[in-house]
Design a protein around this ligand. Structure first.
Ligand code: ADP
Ligand code: ZN
Length: 586
């Protein structure tokens, strides 16, 4: 690890996972994005002879990984349709003479007879299945072609298999084991807590003004703005450009060449923000993304976790801001119904969307809620690093208001959603109210003093507390539970977020890093220069984290520089002298 990567210590669970693989056990590794999954199969690939086959769904990702491995002096290649005959001949030779150590392929390729025949000629030692959640229909990214992997598994029954993913609920974990027929697998589940990320949800009002304001305050860090549609990406990018920001759009409608050039600018740091559909990010492994803004809420907490997980992979602070609106949620519900009309796929999609909406509407710690979703208990009540923890909403005795809501639900026979309930209570004169005679109900207009938003948040909280239940998928309706009836009987007290028109969550505060900022900028400048000279991406020379450490510790000689995490012998020789020069001059 020191020789090829320059790391001096394992990250949590890496060592355990690597030992498990080396001992020949099938292994399931669930580690959050950025926790260092790649090392878990790349290091074993070097420890024993033979080939490690890596199954990955994304060809773009393969290229980066291969470049990175080759740059570290490790013989690796990707077998894709982008390769020409010469490349493929080279790969075949490497397989036969055993010099190739790591080969990346797509799941489809891995089960093609011609490929399998070629694989039979080489001592295959390990099969690593990346993004393993794609095999499960319960996952958020089901890819039917992953189901064929069982063929690969059966063709090499003696070979150890390691399945890796960043997101898997307990159901998905079970599914992965079953579908891949893992034999008495050892499971390692890392914490999903990304401590360096701050989570914040804001009501979506004038999103462009908010984003421009945010960018104005954060001119140095790069970030991603996730949008729902191609149009949104282009509109937002155009608007930001007009306001003088450096922004580009990215979506599947662009030519391959354009996509590569946008990605390249982002990696090189020549553009500050990418306004992208979710197509962006899977193929990139950029450690120093400082913020991720969701212009529209994602379809599931898995997706949210994965997308926000692209921030702060270097362990430095990252900010995740989601702009939430009820109408976006409704739009996604109807899109889901359109994509899978009926059946279990729709049910799964809507349940995921509901969990996502609940996350946005919660008044308790957001980190806690994410972790609970992934089956992890968070040992604290508050995390101190999400908007709800920073601005806790006080709870108050709201029994009266809760009873009013319950009476209204009863009067509506539990057949309507929160907005209609609040319209009745607020005495709305809309046709949906008067046309149905709801203005004649005894509760009509009895709760005028509270806003619609207030009712939504209370109803969501009453659902969480078990007084109400939400049923119906596409058009959720609110009903009373047995506990809710007790409320009507006046037997319980209900604590709800205090009914103040709560100040909007303030914009996320910039996080201060302690390292000497001026020196850090100088080191970054040198890195950019070297990256140009050697035609590599800046972070491949040294990641930000490494430069920060240099700026803080200020080593003045080779031995000192070697103590910085991420500076291995290879990079020390190649880049060390240039960096020492800057460090000595500081
Ligand atoms: P994942 O695949 O889990 O998202 P990666 O394997 O891409 O994560 O690793 C994330 C980052 O952490 C990379 O920049 C990698 O170089 C770094 N990294 C991995 N393992 C270690 C380690 N033991 N020490 C220091 N850095 C590490
Ligand atoms: Zn929190």
């Amino acid at each position: 690890m020191e020789k090829h990567w320059g790391y001096s210590a394992f990250r949590p669970l890496q060592q355990e996972i690597i030992r498990s693989v080396l001992s020949g056990s099938d292994t399931l590794a669930i580690l959050a994005t950025g926790s260092g999954k790649s090392l878990c199969y790349q290091l074993p690939a070097l420890c024993h002879g033979g080939l490690t086959l890596v199954i990955s769904p994304l060809i773009a990702l393969m290229k980066d990984q291969v470049d990175d491995l080759n740059h570290r002096g490790i013989p690796a290649a990707a077998w894709t349709s982008a390769q020409d005959a010469g490349d493929l001949a080279g790969i075949r030779n490497g397989l036969i003479d055993g010099t190739l150590r790591i080969l990346f392929v797509s799941p489809e390729r891995s089960v093609q007879p011609a490929f399998l025949a070629c694989l039979k000629k080489t001592p295959l030692r390990l099969i690593a299945i990346d993004e393993a959640h794609c095999i499960s229909a319960w996952g958020h990214n089901f890819r039917p072609e992953y189901r064929q992997l069982i063929t690969l598994r059966r063709s090499f029954p003696q070979v150890t298999v390691i399945a890796l993913t960043a997101t898997a609920t307990p159901d998905v974990r079970k599914d992965i084991i079953q579908q891949l027929d893992l034999k008495r697998p050892r499971e390692f589940v890392g914490s999903f807590d990304r401590k360096n990320l701050r989570y914040c949800v804001r009501e979506k009002k004038n999103p462009l003004v908010f984003i421009a304001h945010y960018l104005g305050q954060h001119r140095t860090g790069q970030g991603i703005i996730y949008c729902l549609s191609r149009n949104d990406t282009e509109e937002i990018a155009r608007d930001l450009q007009k306001r003088g920001f450096s922004a580009l759009a990215y979506h599947a409608g662009l030519s391959r060449q354009a996509l590569e050039s946008v990605q390249d600018s982002f990696l090189k740091g020549t553009v500050q923000v990418i306004c992208a559909t979710v197509a962006f990010g899977m193929g990139i492994d950029k450690p120093d993304v400082r913020f991720v803004i969701h212009h529209t809420l994602p379809r599931s907490l898995e997706a949210y976790y994965q997308e926000t997980g692209r921030a702060g992979r270097d362990g430095l602070s990252g900010e995740c801001i989601l702009l939430f609106s009820k109408s976006d949620a409704a739009r996604l519900r109807s899109l889901a119904a359109h994509d899978s009309p009926g059946g279990s796929a729709l049910r799964i999609a809507l349940a995921k969307l509901q969990a996502m909406t609940d996350f946005c509407e919660t008044t308790s710690c957001r980190r806690r809620q994410i972790l609970r979703y992934f089956g992890e208990a968070y040992p604290h009540d508050t995390c101190g690093s999400c908007d709800t923890c920073e601005n806790p909403v006080g709870m108050a005795d709201c029994t009266e208001a809760a009873c009013l809501i319950a009476r209204c639900i009863l009067a509506l026979s539990g057949r309507f959603g929160s907005d209609l309930i609040s319209d009745v209570l607020r005495g709305s004169k809309g046709t949906k109210i008067t046309g149905n005679g709801f203005d004649l109900l005894s509760v009509y207009g009895k709760g005028k003093q509270y806003s619609r938003t207030q009712y939504r948040s209370w109803i969501a909280e009453l659902v969480r507390q078990g007084f109400l239940e939400r049923t119906g998928d596409q058009y959720p309706v609110i009903g009373l539970t047995a506990r809710g009836r007790e409320l009507l009987a006046g037997r319980v007290t209900v604590m709800l977020p205090a009914p103040v028109p709560g100040p909007a969550a303030p914009g996320a505060a910039p996080v201060q890093d302690t390292a000497d900022a001026v020196l850090f900028e100088k080191l970054k400048g040198l890195r950019k220069e070297l990256a140009g000279k050697y035609s590599v991406l800046p972070y491949m020379i040294f990641p930000d984290k490494c430069l920060k450490e240099m700026a803080a510790i200020r080593p003045l000689d080779r031995a000192g520089l070697a103590t910085i995490s991420g500076v291995g012998p290879y990079k020390l020789t190649r880049y060390g002298p240039a960096f020492l020069e800057v460090l000595r001059a500081a």
